[in-house]
Design a binder for this molecule. Structure first.
Ligand SMILES: Nc1ncnc2c1ncn2[C@@H]1O[C@H](COP(=O)(O)OP(=O)(O)OP(=O)(O)O)[C@@H](O)[C@H]1O
Ligand SMILES: [Mg+2]
Length: 331
């Protein structure tokens, strides 16, 4: 099992000193570390499973008073929707908050990021194992219970409902329902009351799944790439969302939060960023995520940049972005 030393935990939670951690351990305020001999001394090691208990005490994000249902969405592909969904979910979970992340991208993004690849001897074997996983369709239209479709992760506070082939069927099935945009709100949300935060990671295509997540959420988080491709289509994309919001009268978002992503040091990227902050002042947070290779490396290791390299510039971006988003949600 993965373990962390006190200095790693200090960096992760940005604590002033490791002594604070030792004192809390002595007062039984956090779980006890295992002592592992190193030379003539013993070094404390906490398991990854113990981290949320430590995060509850020392984490930088505090638990929300009411349940947060967050929809991560923009029609633009590749602007870090899945990376942001996973990072927010993991950081909240590390801070001891009970989180469920639900993959609603038919391409299976969050499944690849969050769920460990099962042990399989061949590709056929892997496909067979994944086919046995239930998903949202089984939960909503079959006899499956929540515990049948939820996958556990390395953090006891973070659960995932992975995507599977049933999502395609679910999307078609929803379109035949009389109250189709409200199906998640009426049938899915009542099953998820034990979670403090639920995060939907959407794919870029507009479909019934997207409409349902928009209707059942109380906050929408929309990443906007600081690149020409995103800039050119942003207004059209936002109009589609506003028109949908107007058409569905009972949408009650507490906030619509735009997160600048893929910021580069070029003049063009900075100008696009400047235009966003000016044009969408009401929605945009005062922080951005830079384009960086370490982002891909972290995803590959199923970690956030904050865990992978807490001292990196990208990790600092995420500290700022996640803190700014959370400040708006819990205000
Ligand atoms: N800071 C970063 N800079 C550059 N690339 C990154 C960064 N962070 C993550 N990536 C990589 O960028 C790619 C796209 O990210 P991601 O999958 O989160 O986008 P997305 O908006 O969810 O895409 P889709 O629209 O297909 O769902 C991934 O390969 C990811 O590993
Ligand atoms: Mg994605």
């Amino acid at each position: 099992m993965e373990t962390l030393t006190s200095s790693k935990i200090q960096k992760l939670f940005k604590m002033l000193s490791v002594q604070t951690l030792f004192n809390a351990e002595e007062r039984n305020e956090i779980p006890h570390a295992e002592r592992i001999a190193r030379g003539s001394t013993f070094v404390r090691h906490w398991t990854i499973e113990q981290l949320p208990e430590i995060g509850k005490r020392f984490g930088f994000l505090k638990a929300p008073v009411k349940q947060v249902i967050a929809c991560i969405y923009t029609q633009k592909g590749g602007v870090l929707k899945t990376t942001i969904s996973y990072t927010i979910a993991r950081i909240l979970a590390l801070c001891g908050i009970k989180v469920l992340i639900i993959g609603v991208d038919i391409q299976g993004s969050i499944t690849k990021t969050a769920v460990p690849i099962p042990e399989a001897e061949s590709l056929d074997d892997l496909k067979r194992i994944r086919k046995t996983w239930g998903g949202l369709y089984h939960l909503l239209y079959d006899d499956a219970e929540l515990f049948d479709v939820v996958k556990k992760t390395d953090l006891p506070t973070l659960d995932v409902i992975p995507e599977n082939a049933g999502l395609r069927v679910l999307d078609r099935r929803l379109s035949t329902e009389s109250n189709r945009e409200r199906y998640f709100k009426n049938k899915l949300l009542p099953l998820l009351e034990d979670y403090q935060v639920v995060i939907f990671d959407n794919g870029p295509n507009w479909n019934q799944l997207v409409e349902n997540t928009l209707v059942c959420s109380n906050v929408v988080i929309s990443p906007v790439g600081c690149d020409v491709g995103t800039f050119d289509v942003l207004e059209t994309n936002l109009d589609q969302i506003w028109e949908f919001q107007k058409a569905i009268k009972d949408i009650q978002w507490d906030d619509f939060i735009m997160v600048p992503t893929l910021l580069e040091k070029t003049k063009l990227s900075s100008q696009i960023y400047g235009t966003y902050t000016h044009t969408y002042e009401k929605y945009i947070i005062p922080a951005a995520i830079r384009r960086a290779v370490i982002g891909q490396e972290s995803a590959f290791m199923r970690k956030t940049a904050i865990e992978h390299d807490p001292k990196s510039a990208l990790a600092q971006d995420y500290y700022d972005v996640v803190t700014a988003i959370w400040a708006r949600i819990v205000r």
